[in-house]
Design a protein around this ligand. Structure first.
Ligand code: ACM
Length: 433
């Protein structure tokens, strides 16, 4: 009962993957409800069936929590946003705010379910915490006054912040209370707890955190993070839910046995997760991060990440023939991730997502890379369909003048550099054999 017909894509027979997802970051950029409903329609039209909603991050908290109203009152608004990326980025001077009521989100869950889409909510802990700390500094590391001074509002910059939640029992209780309300609103068996990019510096330098770490018999901050996430997972298990987390969840100690691991930093985390018997969702950034630049053209708007062209998206081979058997068995799905730091309008979101989502959707359905020439022969039909839906997709030849961002800096990355960085980041997870 989708309100849009199926897109003209090859989505025949049984889908290869049970989880054919998209993650949308509504924390960096709040998207009003009508845009979310339209996005759900478009996902359904592409044969996708999971929308992971990234509801919280340093830059904003978008989920109404009745027990902690300041999360949205103070955490749902920032005075401006970074404009561009890298050292010469500036600020846009434009306040940004918004959040979803529980009622709206319940409606979204129903709307999506009627279209075959499950909403997987994500509350990102213990890092990406500035919006929480702007609202409730007592959950930060150090004296409350110091946290208040460091985090006067949700972060107006982009990047990876040092701020993390502290690891007091009260903080675990607070997070569990939040997840209780998440469970009241969302019916998904799988609930996102984040776990990515939590910097360990504050925990390392804070005497109180070090005392707690020692009291709990933990070896280091990686184990402390695993302890924290484990507490949340146990709480959610009591509510009949299991967690999905980014592959940092594998660091320190093993996650809950039924945890789903979203592997975004290459394939090392996926391999380890599979060997440990976890369900795995593959979302390697080089193939599935739809905020990454679509070409080397200097006119690509705010170019970040490596080049991820339409052809690259079509070449994604989730489980190649030579993949280990464990991985073959444990991969339950694939997911495209749409981070929105630089996607500050519906049009810019459309530009990033389409038409790459068409290629991703066929890979997700059919399980392997597309025949580029064959896909190319069908592209005009697909683009005409997007046009008819009013989707402001990226033209194959590059951005139109109104889609460019002249003078706004980005940070393009070279693929080889990113691959080397991923190897360093995941060295602890690599198979010692
Ligand atoms: C992520 O890209 N931080 C999961």
């Amino acid at each position: 009962m989708s309100s849009i017909d199926r897109a003209p894509l090859e989505l025949d027979g049984e889908p290869r993957f049970a989880w054919r997802g998209v993650m949308l970051d509504v924390a960096r950029r709040f998207r009003p409800m009508p845009d979310l409903l339209r996005f759900v329609d478009l996902l359904a039209a592409h044969g996708l069936n999971v929308l992971q909603l990234h509801l919280t991050d340093d830059q904003g908290w978008r989920f109404e929590v009745r027990r902690y109203p300041r999360l949205t009152e103070a955490g749902g608004r920032r005075s401006e946003s970074q404009l561009g990326h890298g050292p010469s980025a500036t600020g846009d001077g434009v306040p940004h705010e918004g959040w979803y009521t529980q009622r709206e989100l319940r409606e979204l869950v129903q709307y999506a379910a009627a279209r075959g889409i499950r909403i997987v909510p994500e509350i990102d802990v213990p890092g990406h915490a500035c919006a929480v700390l702007a609202a409730y500094p007592e959950y930060g590391v150090g004296e409350v006054e110091a946290v208040r001074a460091r985090v006067p509002e949700p972060w107006t910059r982009f990047g990876i912040s040092d701020e993390v939640l502290n690891v007091e029992e009260e903080t675990v209780r607070f997070v569990c209370d939040v997840f209780d309300e998440v469970c009241d609103v969302f019916d998904s068996e799988v609930v996102g707890i984040g776990g990515d990019e939590a910097q360990k510096r504050r925990w390392h330098e804070d005497p109180r955190t070090q005392d707690l770490l020692a009291e709990r018999g933990l070896a280091d901050e990686a184990e402390l993070q695993a302890w924290f996430l484990g507490r949340i997972a146990s709480h959610l298990a009591e509510r009949g839910r299991r967690v999905v987390g980014w592959d940092e969840m594998l660091e320190g100690r093993r996650p809950a046995p039924d945890a789903v691991v979203a592997s975004w930093r290459g394939s090392v985390g996926a391999g380890l997760a599979a060997r440990l018997g976890h369900d795995v969702v593959l979302c390697p950034d080089l193939w599935t991060y739809l905020d990454y630049r679509q070409s080397d053209d200097p006119e690509e708007p705010i170019p970040v990440g490596t080049v991820l062209s339409l052809r690259d998206a079509a070449s994604f081979d989730p489980v190649p023939d030579d993949a280990p058997a464990a991985l073959r068995d444990r991969v339950v799905g694939v997911q495209a991730n749409v981070w929105t730091e630089h996607l500050d309008s519906r049009e810019r979101l459309d530009y990033a997502v389409f038409p790459r989502l068409g290629a991703f959707a066929e890979v997700a359905w059919n399980g392997g890379p597309l025949d580029w020439a064959e896909f190319g022969s069908r592209l005009p039909g697909y683009l005409a369909w997007l046009e008819a839906q009013g989707v402001d997709f990226r033209p194959l030849g590059g951005p139109r003048p109104d889609q460019q961002r002249p003078g706004v800096p980005g940070v393009p990355r070279r693929r080889a550099d990113r691959i080397a960085q991923l190897a360093r980041l995941t060295a602890d997870l690599a198979d010692p054999a």
